[in-house]
Write a protein that binds this ligand. Structure first.
Ligand SMILES: Cc1cc2nc3c(=O)[nH]c(=O)nc-3n(C[C@H](O)[C@H](O)[C@H](O)COP(=O)(O)O)c2cc1C
Length: 191
């Protein structure tokens, strides 16, 4: 257990109300190990499309700065994202692109964990490799294992109640969060 509370923020890659990935994200605070606190980061839904001309003329939007500050102030970040067309959903990629333009971009040196859910059998795993690639460029430190790919998620999550009903999935998530706490302690920088 950490000798201080670890603060982790979550970012959901899906904007839809009934999102399975958001249901998984919402379950995380209750599955965190002792000594880890998990809360959702400020939203990116209203970010404009990234355009360097907008940044040059108007600077970094306040909502972008807010998300960047939350990432900078956290001990770690968890992405809960679907896979869109084998890759990162456009809204999430746009958010990462904006945050990456903030001075002293906050992903540098930041511990990252990845989780994806899909009604398909591969659990949206391919989005994770593209997120890893973007995080490499941004000098983030992404946890390798355990990986969380929730395949056939409509059978493992009750869409009515938003709860993860499959206990094996719950167990895998607990294991990843415990590994992430150790990873932060070993590799994270003091905030
Ligand atoms: C534009 C779009 C592209 C998609 N591409 C994929 C894909 O490449 N792989 C996959 O497993 N599911 C894909 N799906 C299905 C999503 O996994 C499914 O809609 C999932 O429920 C979205 O996540 P959410 O429930 O968190 O919103 C796609 C869905 C959309 C809308």
């Amino acid at each position: 257990m950490a000798d201080r509370m670890l603060d982790v923020v979550t970012i959901c890659g899906s904007l839809r109300k009934g999102s399975y990935n958001r249901m998984v994200m919402n379950a995380l605070p209750g599955l965190a190990p002792a000594g880890m606190r998990i809360a959702e980061a400020p939203p990116f839904a209203q970010f404009p499309l990234y355009n360097a001309d907008t940044q040059d003329s108007a600077g970094i939007p306040a909502a972008v700065q807010k998300l960047a500050d939350a990432i900078r102030g956290a001990d770690g970040v968890i992405f809960n994202s679907p896979e869109y067309n084998f890759s990162i959903p456009g809204g999430l990629k746009n958010a990462i692109d904006w945050v990456s333009r903030v001075q002293n971009q906050p992903f540098a040196g930041k511990p990252i964990a990845l989780q994806s859910a899909s009604p398909g059998s591969l659990g949206g795993g391919r989005v994770q490799y593209d997120l890893r690639r973007a995080m490499v460029f941004l000098d983030a430190l992404t946890l390798n294992k355990p990986e969380i790919f929730i395949g056939n998620c409509s059978q493992r999550i009750d869409a009515q109640t938003g709860t993860i009903t499959d206990q094996q999935t719950v167990g895998f998530i607990r294991q990843q969060l415990a590994a992430f706490a150790k990873f932060i302690e070993q590799h994270g920088r003091p905030r």
